[in-house]
Design a protein around this ligand. Structure first.
Ligand SMILES: Nc1nc2c(ncn2[C@@H]2O[C@H](COP(=O)(O)OP(=O)(O)OP(=O)(O)O)[C@@H](O)[C@H]2O)c(=O)[nH]1
Ligand SMILES: [Mg+2]
Length: 450
C-alpha cells in the first residue's frame, strides 16, 4: 500500500537533498510535484489543494529548527501534515462501560464485511476480551454459513438466527444481545447484509438495527481499491448512519492509497483498521503517525527529526547552564526557576526526588525554602524594576528600602535575597569550572597521565 506515492515522494526529497538553501522557486517546484504525486495517488483534489496550501504556509512561515537542513525541514512539515490528513491522533475504541460492547459492520456488497468481522473478532480476543460473532446478513443463504466457517477458523462462536421461525436482522440482533448478556460475552461483532448500491431499503434496515443494538462502534467497511468511489460511499452512509469510523479493506491490492488519504478530510471520520489480505490475521489498527512514516519511507531522516525535536528542550537547559558558567544568573532567572518549581509541586517533596538527597540531607540541615518563603521571595523580585532584576549590583540601600516597601517585606530580607543570589552565582561558577576540569581530564590523554 502507498508504494507509488512513497516512490514519488522519495524522488522529490532526494532531488532537494543537499541543497544549502531552499529558495522560493525550489519550494514552488517541490510543492507542484507533491501536488501531482497526491493527485496520482487518487487523493481528492480539494484535499490536495488544502494540503499543499498548508505545507506552503508552514514551509515559508515556520522557523527552521537548528540542525535540520532545509530539505529535512520540508520533510518534517510534510510528515506533520500527512499525520493530520490521516486523522491525527488515533482514536481509541469506545469500549462500553457496561458490556457488551457492540461493533456493527456495514457496507456495500463484496466490500469485505464478513471477512472483516472474523478478523476483528480475532483482534478483539487478542485484546483479552470474549467476543461473539453475530450473523445478521439474512439476504444470502450462504452468508450465515460463510461466517460460521470463518468463526471456526478464528475460534470465536457465531450467533445465528433461529432456524424455522421467521427471522429478520433486527430480531436476530436483539436475541444476540440477550444471549451475550446471559452467556458473558463482552463484545458483539455484527455482520450485516450488503447491497449493490446505497439504497433506502438497506439504510432503513441498518438504522433499525442501530436502534436495537445501540452500537459503540458503527464501522463502514469499504474497498480501498475503489479509490474516490469509496469516499462517496462513505459520505452516503455517514449521512444516514452516524458512523464512528471506517475499515478500509484490500489495502494489499491498492498501491495508491487515495481513499485512506481522503476519508478523514472529506467525511470527518477516521480510518480505524485496514485489511491487508484475505487471511484472518490480515487486519491492522490504523495509526496515522506510523502510516505517515511508512508513506514517507525515510526511517533515517524521520528519526533524526524526532531527535532534533527532543534536543530543543535540551537547548533550553543548556542556555541555563551557560548562565551558570558565566555567573550571569540574575533575578529574572531566579523568578523563572521559582515559578517552575511551584508548578511542579511542594518544594519539600520535590527535593526528596533529587538523586543523592538522602545522603546529603544532614549536611544541608533543614530545608528552609518552603512554599511561604518562596512566595515572599517572589514578591521581593516582583517589586524590583526590570533593570534591577537583570543587574542586582545596582541595588543600593535606598533601592532596597523601596523594594521592601513594595513587597511588604523587611529591608533585611531584601538584602538576604541579594546575598543569596550572589552566593548562587559563586557556587555555579565553581561548579562549572569543576565540570570543565573533569571534562578536560576525560578527553585529554596527557593530563590523564599526569
Ligand atoms: N486481498 C484482500 N481480500 C480481501 C480483504 N478483505 C476481504 N477480502 C476478500 O473480498 C471478498 C469479499 O469478502 P466478503 O467478506 O465476503 O465481503 P462482504 O462485504 O461480506 O460481501 P457480501 O456479504 O456479499 O456483501 C472475499 O474474497 C475476501 O476474501 C483484504 O483485506 N484483502
Ligand atoms: Mg458478507
Amino acid at each position: 500500500m502507498f508504494e507509488s506515492l512513497t516512490d514519488k515522494l522519495q524522488g522529490i526529497f532526494n532531488r532537494i537533498r543537499g541543497k544549502g538553501r531552499l529558495d522560493e522557486k525550489t519550494v514552488d517546484e517541490v510543492l507542484r510535484e507533491i501536488r501531482l504525486a497526491l493527485l496520482e495517488a487518487d487523493v481528492n483534489f480539494r484535499v490536495v489543494k488544502e494540503f499543499v496550501a498548508r505545507v506552503r504556509e508552514k514551509a515559508v512561515g515556520d522557523e527552521v529548527l537548528q540542525s535540520l537542513t532545509p530539505d529535512q525541514h520540508v520533510v518534517r512539515i510534510v510528515r506533520d501534515e500527512l499525520v493530520a490528513l490521516l486523522g491525527g491522533e488515533a482514536e481509541p475504541i469506545r469500549w462500553a462501560t457496561r458490556p457488551p460492547t457492540v461493533f456493527m459492520l456495514c457496507g456495500l456488497q463484496g466490500s469485505g464485511k464478513t471477512t472483516t468481522c472474523a478478523k476483528l473478532a480475532r483482534w478483539v480476543r487478542s485484546q483479552g476480551r470474549n467476543p461473539l460473532l453475530v450473523a445478521c446478513d439474512l439476504q444470502r443463504p450462504a452468508a450465515i454459513k460463510q461466517l460460521e466457517v470463518l468463526g471456526e477458523q478464528v475460534n470465536v462462536p457465531v450467533h445465528t438466527p433461529a432456524t424455522g421461525g421467521t427471522s429478520d436482522p433486527v430480531s436476530t440482533a436483539r436475541k444476540a444481545l440477550e444471549h451475550a448478556r446471559s452467556q458473558g460475552y463482552d463484545t458483539l461483532i455484527v455482520d450485516t447484509a450488503g447491497r449493490l448500491q446505497v439504497d433506502e431499503a438497506l439504510m432503513d434496515e441498518l438504522q433499525r438495527m442501530r436502534e436495537t443494538l445501540q452500537p459503540q462502534e458503527t464501522l463502514l467497511v469499504v474497498d480501498a481499491t475503489t479509490g474516490q468511489e469509496a469516499v462517496s460511499v462513505a459520505l452516503a452512509f455517514n449521512e444516514r448512519l452516524e458512523l464512528t469510523g471506517v475499515i478500509l479493506t484490500k489495502m494489499d491490492g491498492d498501491a495508491r492509497g487515495g481513499a485512506a488519504l481522503s476519508l478523514k478530510a472529506v467525511m470527518g471520520k477516521p480510518v480505524r483498521f485496514v485489511g491487508v489480505g484475505e487471511r484472518p490475521d490480515a487486519l491492522e489498527p490504523f495509526y496515522p503517525d506510523r502510516v505517515a512514516s511508512r508513506i514517507l519511507g525515510m526511517g533515517d531522516v524521520l528519526s533524526l527529526i524526532e531527535r532534533v525535536e527532543q534536543t530543543i528542550e535540551e537547548e533550553e537547559a543548556k542556555a541555563l547552564e551557560k548562565k551558570m558558567r558565566e555567573a550571569s544568573f540574575d533575578f529574572e532567572d531566579m523568578l523563572n526557576q521559582m515559578r517552575q518549581i511551584r508548578k511542579m509541586g511542594p518544594f519539600e517533596q520535590l527535593i526528596k526526588l533529587v538523586p543523592g538527597y538522602s545522603q546529603i540531607k544532614e549536611q544541608l540541615g533543614e530545608v528552609n525554602v518552603d512554599e511561604r518563603s518562596l512566595k515572599r521571595m517572589e514578591a521581593i523580585i516582583l517589586s524590583m524594576t526590570h533593570k534591577e532584576r537583570r543587574n542586582p549590583e545596582i541595588i543600593d540601600y535606598s533601592r532596597k528600602v523601596r523594594i521592601a516597601k513594595g513587597s511588604g517585606t523587611k529591608v533585611e530580607e531584601v538584602s538576604a535575597l541579594i546575598k543569596q543570589l550572589m552566593e548562587m552565582r559563586k557556587t555555579m561558577k565553581q561548579l562549572a569550572q569543576m565540570q570543565k576540569k573533569m571534562q578536560k581530564r576525560k578527553w585529554n590523554p596527557f593530563t590523564r597521565r599526569r
